[in-house]
Design a protein around this ligand. Structure first.
Ligand code: NDP
Length: 425
């Protein structure tokens, strides 16, 4: 379809609701997010590790470039693109699209993680200096951000050649800045290769645990062995990533895949924000070693375990209920009917709060920061940011559910009044 076809004009003319602060947000966020990533990374490797200093210390241009960085980054993305195409694992269908069709997705992200681990072990056995990732981190982040911008421009341009039904509901307002930011096309694909699904859980998420391992190896170089704090951070975050990939199929029914277009917001989040800010604790620990007793380590591990249990059980309960409400594990749960024919759970995990999965996720986020002690705020960036993100995400989801389910949603809210934290929020 040509960019100015009447069908497209018709779709762009209606006023869709704007999120993330509308056009102003779309202008400010793509500028402020990259600066935030660079600032946090520079702070995590400075002696003070201060996040409240003014003016904020940003890295110099020299610190942002290394010819090895684009080679490593593009090589990493290419490796995962190849693994995506490997005929490993099963193929699943996504939810039904507005034209009545369903797309097919390879469920082989966990295989990708395993192959990556084997390759890393081989590299380590061959003496590869994985600890050098510490020095390469800023150039790698700069490259990932450049790739995110260029890729988002490509996605924006190509979206003018797809039929109107392939556009995301909120992504074609007609304001170029906002649409570039929020994403116009719902499921951009090259042949069968789904660009959004590929980016969602693979190069960035697996890259994050590789960076963590690099930080651990740097600690070994500097101090002879990894610290208990570093081992906990690596272990907790590896569990989180492995879990996401093990349950990859569940991503097919998330807001990101079902509702959001693929634009700068998701691209940057997947390729730059997640790998370079979620692992700040590990890079902080390289230069700010923390003594951690076994008792405190055990208490932190227990907190992570409780968070993981709530997170996994609640997500699995809802996924099972949506896949097969007659399954014995969910058949006994109390539900309410909605006009759409779908039912809502009002007992079990989803009767405790309206987003028990967010509660578990936040407990884990706290457990990832605690090994870094209390001397600095920086390692707590993730849990603070994540609280804001999940409160905002909960509000977005709530709006969508209210629109989808109307009175049934209102009655669910009356039955389960708290959103994320029981008796608090
Ligand atoms: P959720 O898994 O929370 O799904 C929300 C949807 O679930 C609703 O739109 C509704 O969809 C359905 N639902 C809501 N309430 C009920 C109910 N009572 N009974 C049955 N179905 C219900 O969405 P997210 O994608 O936000 O989160 C998925 C996981 O990913 C979470 O654990 C979250 O913490 C995590 N996450 C992690 C991020 C990170 O950066 N680490 C970022 C974002 C999320 P419908 O009725 O249409 O099925």
């Amino acid at each position: 379809m040509k960019p100015n076809s009447p069908a497209l004009k018709h779709r762009t003319s209606h006023d869709t609701e704007r999120e993330f602060g509308g056009a102003l947000g779309a202008l400010c966020i793509p500028v402020s997010l990259p600066l935030t990533v660079l600032f946090l990374m520079a702070a995590s490797r400075s002696p003070e590790a201060g996040v409240l200093q003014w003016p904020p210390a940003l890295p110099s241009r020299d610190q942002l470039w290394d010819p090895a960085a684009p080679v490593l980054l593009l090589g990493w993305i290419a490796l995962h693109a190849l693994l995506y195409l490997m005929p490993l694992g099963k193929v699943s269908e996504g939810l039904m699209l507005s034209d009545g069709t369903r797309l097919k997705y390879p469920i082989n992200g966990f295989h990708g993680l395993c192959v990556s681990c084997v390759l890393l072990m081989l590299l380590l056995a061959l003496g590869a200096p994985l600890g050098s990732l510490f020095e390469l981190l800023l150039p790698l982040a700069a490259c990932a951000m450049a790739v995110s911008f260029l890729f988002s421009v490509y996605l924006y341009i190509r979206s003018f050649w797809v039929p109107p039904h392939a556009l995301a509901v909120g992504g074609n307002t007609g304001n170029p800045l906002y649409d570039f930011f929020i994403g116009r096309e719902l499921n951009p694909r090259i042949g069968n290769f789904d660009l959004k699904y590929f980016c969602e859980l693979r190069p960035g998420l697996i890259g994050w645990v590789v960076i963590n391992l690099g930080m651990l190896m740097k600690e070994v170089e500097l101090r002879g062995s990894p610290s208990l704090a570093m081992l906990l951070v690596n272990g907790f975050q590896l569990l989180y990533v492995a879990d996401a990939l093990w349950n990859e199929e569940a991503v097919l029914s998330t807001m990101d895949i079902v509702h959001d277009g693929f634009g700068f917001m998701l691209v940057f989040g997947d390729l730059a924000w997640v790998p370079f800010t979620y692992g700040l604790q590990a890079s902080f620990l390289v230069l700010h070693p923390q003594a951690l007793s076994w008792t405190r380590a055990a208490a932190i591990a227990a907190l992570n375990g409780i968070g993981y249990y709530i997170f996994r059980k609640s997500n699995s309960q809802k996924n099972q209920f949506r896949r097969d409400p007659t399954h014995s594990s969910v058949a006994g749960l109390e539900t309410i009917a909605t006009a759409s024919g779908k039912r809502l759970l009002v007992s079990g995990w989803w009767g405790l709060v309206r987003h028990p999965n967010y509660l578990g996720d936040l407990l884990m986020a706290l457990a990832w920061s605690l090994p870094c002690g209390f001397s600095h705020l920086l390692p707590y960036f993730y849990v603070l940011y994540f609280t804001v993100l999940l409160i905002h995400r909960e509000a977005r989801d709530e709006r969508q559910c209210r629109a989808k389910y109307g009175p049934a949603w209102a009655s669910y809210c009356r039955r389960v009044p708290f959103r994320i934290f029981p008796y608090v929020y």
